[in-house]
Design a protein around this ligand. Sequence first.
Ligand code: PEP
Ligand code: MN
Length: 333
Amino acid sequence: MIVVLKPDVAAEKQERLIDWLKSLSLNVHVSTGEYQTVLGLVGDTSAVDTALLESLEIVDTVKQVSDPFKRANRKFHPENTVIDVNGVKIGGGNFCMIAGPCSVESEDQIIGIAKAVKASGAGMLRGGAFKPRTSPYDFQGLKKEGLRLLSAAKQETGLPIVTEIMNAADLPLFDDVDVLQVGARNTQNFDLLKELGTVGKPILLKRGIAGTLKELLMSAEYIMASGNENVILCERGIRTYSDYLRNTLDLSAVPMLHELTHLPVIVDPSHATGIARMVSPMALAGTACGADGLIIEVHNDPEHALCDGAQSLRPEDFDKLASKVRAVREAVI
Ligand code: PEP
Ligand code: MN
């Protein structure tokens, strides 16, 4: 249920109403907008007398929200969430490019790529240290050493770092990581999501390989219900009948998610297509349809990459793409 308050309600009256709602065993989520405040009520609202609520002098409207996701719901929080990662903003008109290799492979590799993508305008560095590979015989990532090399690249360039966490038990190793990524294979690892809800860092949550938008939003809800409201959603392609591409990039998810939620939404054209020459057109399309950012794999030597070389852009191609992304942004905003 949501309760929209009238504009300019006195703080003390608002507090009294919130205390009363809390006394009904409801969780009250307060969203303070520029003009109006919205109270999102989570829990069993059957005890609430809607007519009584509506009759209160400070209440404008009361609406039932039937969607199962509450905290992520735009109805609960009409204004866009802006996530600030060490001064780099994403969401609510702030566009951010996250770029870097699929996996961290060596100090020279990650620092070289970090410098190059920064020069091209990337706001954050990506790079996997713990890799969720389909085959147990494939490169599994440098793990702790990979995180150390990411920190070195952060120190060298100042770029905040984004990397995947697969197991909450590894959290102590991620102290210097700025954004924790939940990969498509773990989107519904609810124990992991609950743990990440207790961490004071933004979470980049990828859509599951066969996940619906509602499932993605419910996964975000798990993180938010545990106390962490800083979730960035990522459309990274879903499994369909596509035969020549790794996945199908569901770009209509972007405007639909913007309707459904206040959380930032970014697009990953690398995992969506699996083919480097498909990455730029789809990155531009993602930008045009309103994504708040892009996450793109960039490698200095794709032929010898230990993971996902076929979909990795060379730094010079990322540079060209970044200019085109800026031109598309200019054209559509
Ligand atoms: C990745 O970003 O390297 C990755 C494994 O992505 P996804 O979880 O979307 O497959
Ligand atoms: Mn990858």
